[in-house]
Design a protein around this ligand. Structure first.
Ligand SMILES: [Zn+2]
Length: 572
């Protein structure tokens, strides 16, 4: 019997045209285009009766406060210059400029610090506070919050010397490059000396900060460092939340594994996924979540993925060099994109460089990144949208690995690994928890740097039941400690908890989120994030914001419920 071809050549070429049309930028953005208008019409808390005139530049009844706004505007400008140089450092800077660039960054950081930690600033803050008491009617809630933040920033810096801040900035940027080298060469010896220097420096900075608050207990320096990322954080509160979350996850894991054991293992992706196509996929996805390329961009780096910049110039950097797997670079783009739309959504027209116009710190920042990357970006309906597009883009029609169910399983398969960056959503917390315990002990001196690899491996065995095969897979894997970010790690889990809690509220306001994601329509959820969170800058403290948006203080319930919905009950 003659075999009849299922498709004629003409039909196949039509099908390819259609798939390429699907993959084209305009088609992807179509659902966003209409909804974008709606976003623009939403009322913004930053738009008052003086919308045309920036609050930053308005004269205030209190001349000292007007002066302070100008001082902080210039500090903000300097910060923006440091950010721009920092993004350039990661992307376009020629190698030969490395040493001079370290000097430039260190110099600017010192100057910024000197302008901020000046006694003149302290005096003006005191006088502005007196004015606020005497004439409360002259101070609206934004001005009050701005002055409060000015004082917090001053207090954070005033006890730390300029020389120390300069040294810290230099070492932090040097750390990016050092990390890349020690990771490539699995070189613990080289890492040890550098980490020792970094930890001594961080401890010195932290101890200076503690002097101000008269805190002398052993944990105070770590808490002081943590507050650079999570303003107002208390170790005791975070300990309470993490202990509860830890036991809840440990109780849930057997059920997760039991359910998973009945499922088919996901089919691994097989490349090639050319870097250029990955970059255009990621740019398109960023367009879908409302990232404004007129005020920002996505760039390739040899360093770790990171976000940064200002609302006027937001730069996201990712790696697309792994041509066997497009999901990793997509994960970075969605994560950094979540950070990016937060930065771009801050109240820049009114409060551009003012403290009240800035983000609420790393925990809230991570909540926005994890909302896009983990909560929304791992829903089955999103993969239903994505699958035909990536089949077309990478020319992998009908491959089992590229089907929605399989992509979903690849991103939600629970399996402990030594690598934090590729960890699944459920075991991710254990990575954070162990790092937090180790960095606390490093800062307090309880753990010596030379003992870090053994302590790391023992903790990993205890928390995750796996053992790294090398230093690179173990204690050298993260860049954070090399760039001086001690106290940052808890932000990931606090952010994850916040994201789950925000998601509960979002679901009450937007009933059909899965249907929207199936159409690739992120506009309503991103507009929700913009008006409920981004546009407020630092008008509220982060605990106030969480309570205002969700009706509850930060707690573990929404996140554990999210785990139960997605990993124990039916697919969510
Ligand atoms: Zn992040």
């Amino acid at each position: 019997m003659m075999k009849v071809p299922f498709f004629s050549k003409f039909q196949i070429s039509k099908f390819k045209d259609w798939v390429f049309q699907l993959a084209s930028f305009k088609f992807w953005l179509r659902p966003f285009a209409g909804a974008r208008q709606k976003i623009l019409k939403l009322p913004s808390p930053a738009r008052g009766k003086n919308a045309e005139c920036s609050k930053q530049n308005q004269n205030h009844d209190c001349p000292n406060y007007t002066d302070l706004k100008m001082i902080f505007r210039d500090i903000g400008r300097m910060n923006a210059i440091i950010e721009a140089l920092g993004r350039d450092f990661l992307t376009a800077m020629p190698d030969g400029a490395y040493k001079s660039r370290l000097g430039q960054m260190a110099f600017l950081s010192r100057r910024r610090h000197e302008d901020l930690a000046d006694q003149k600033v302290a005096d003006k803050i005191e006088q502005a506070k007196t004015h606020q008491k005497k004439c409360p009617d002259q101070w609206d809630e934004w001005d009050k919050a701005n002055l409060f933040e000015m004082e917090s920033m001053y207090r954070h810096h005033c006890r730390v010397s300029s020389e120390l801040m300069e040294k810290r900035a230099r070492l932090s940027y040097e750390g990016r490059r050092r990390h890349r080298e020690v990771l490539k060469n699995n070189d613990w010896q080289a890492a040890q000396g550098f980490l020792q220097e970094m930890i001594d420096l961080q401890r010195e900075v932290a101890e200076s900060k503690c002097l101000l608050d008269n805190q002398h207990d052993n944990e105070a320096p770590y808490q002081a460092l943590m507050r650079e990322y999570i303003p107002g954080a208390r170790i005791s509160e975070i300990d309470g939340l993490f202990t509860r979350l830890d036991s809840k996850i440990k109780a849930l894991l057997p059920e997760v594994m039991e359910r998973q054991s009945k499922q088919e293992e996901p089919v691994p992706l097989s490349g090639p996924f050319p870097s250029k196509l990955q970059l255009s996929l990621n740019k398109t996805l960023l367009g879908l979540i409302g990232f404004d390329f007129n005020r920002g961009g996505l760039y390739e780096t040899g360093h770790n993925p990171v976000e940064g910049g200002t609302p006027d110039d937001t730069r996201l950097v990712i790696k697309t060099s792994d041509t066997h797997n497009f999901l990793d670079s997509m994960k970075s783009a969605l994560h950094e994109g979540g950070h990016g739309i937060y930065i771009q959504g801050l109240p820049r027209t009114q409060w551009r460089y003012q403290p009240v116009g800035q983000d609420l710190g790393a925990a809230v920042h991570e909540s926005q990144a994890l909302m896009i990357e983990m909560i929304l970006g791992r829903k089955l309906e999103f993969f239903e949208y994505l699958s035909p597009r990536v089949e077309g883009l990478f020319q992998k029609f009908g491959e089992p690995a590229m089907q929605p169910d399989n992509l979903y399983r690849l991103k939600t398969w629970v399996k402990a690994t030594p690598d934090r960056k590729t960890a699944d959503e459920v075991t991710y917390f254990s990575h954070i928890y162990m790092r937090m315990q180790l960095e606390r002990d490093l800062i307090s001196g309880k753990l010596k740097v030379r003992d870090l690899p053994d302590a790391w491996n023992a903790k990993m065995k205890e928390e995750l039941g796996v053992e790294p095969q090398s230093h690179a897979e173990g204690c050298l894997q993260d860049v954070h400690w090399f760039v001086g970010k001690f106290g940052y790690f808890p932000s990931y889990t606090l952010g994850h908890m916040m994201a789950a809690q925000f998601h509960e509220s979002m679901k009450r306001d937007i009933q059909n989120i899965p249907d929207l994601l199936r159409e690739g329509n992120f506009a309503p959820v991103c507009a929700w994030l913009g008006t409920k969170i981004h546009a407020f800058g630092r008008l509220y403290r982060s605990d106030e914001l969480v309570e205002k948006v969700t009706g509850n203080p930060l707690n573990i319930n929404a996140l554990t419920q999210h785990f139960e919905n997605r990993y124990v009950a039916a697919a969510a």
